[in-house]
Design a protein around this ligand. Sequence first.
Ligand SMILES: Nc1nc(=O)c2c([nH]1)NC[C@@H]1CN(c3ccc(C(=O)N[C@@H](CCC(=O)O)C(=O)O)cc3)C=[N+]21
Length: 294
Amino acid sequence: MATVIDGKAVAQTIRSEIAEEVRQLSQKYGKVPGLAVVIVGNRKDSQSYVGMKRKACAELGIKSFDVDLPEQVSEAEVIKQVHELNANPDVHGILVQLPLPKHINEEKVLTEISIEKDVDGFHPLNIGKLAMKGRDPLFLPCTPKACLELLERSGVSIKGKNAVVVGRSNIVGLPASLLLLKADATVSIVHSRTNQPESIIREADIVIAAAGQPMMIKGSWIKPGAAVIDVGTNAVDDPTKKSGYRLVGDVDFAEASKVAGWITPVPGGVGPMTVTMLLKNTLDGAKRYIAQNN
Ligand SMILES: Nc1nc(=O)c2c([nH]1)NC[C@@H]1CN(c3ccc(C(=O)N[C@@H](CCC(=O)O)C(=O)O)cc3)C=[N+]21
């Protein structure tokens, strides 16, 4: 049976460390880290994620700046808001919740975020640096960073291992594979056009599942003893729940946990760590700002 990695517990430990550092910054410099969270429209899932982020800020003493824009807002207006946040000295991190409505070009908006405040690590310059050998971005994307942090804290070494990333999205799959490569893994990326993904996944010492397909990865696809990090957050109908749904990952947990060496649950795995890495990036951004302006 696999060791189940308790992302919630690890996240809690790191959050107390962050809260302590926030207290020290505030005492020493009279400044607290500030995170701006921009949300456009009223998608249920986005509102729930944004709510979690703002709540976590409040718990840690990080000041959150809320920018809530209507669905129909123009791209120019979103960019104007980003520019104002870029210029605000109390804001050390800017997050524009994705996805944006179809009429707004995401890349254009993300490119306008000051790279010094790009706590999501989604600015093309930060991603470019992530992709280059010997270069380091100012911020690492939160979910990939969360995955590696969970591996590290579970004692799973990455160097020289076969790592397979399932999914190639800009926000998880691609940066996760770049981060694994930087950590000296041998990396394969499996995606919707891959022939026989299971035969590639079976070779993996480390699997990062980020395909957005509920329970697509079966127990028989997992190499015995592998470390399985499940990024999937899929809502599936469940009439026995008050909400009418429950969250499942991209991995069939019941099956895979019998074969794997380590596995993360959904919920309570990568999710809480993603939010924690955002808070950590915001703290780091504030520390960098204070170091440069004192
Ligand atoms: N600019 C941007 N940055 C993001 O980081 C970003 C984004 N856009 N768009 C959407 C995705 C999704 N995402 C999650 C964060 C936390 C949980 C999380 O904490 N999940 C809990 C479950 C929460 C529940 O019960 O609903 C868990 O897994 O335990 C999940 C998903 C961040 N994203």
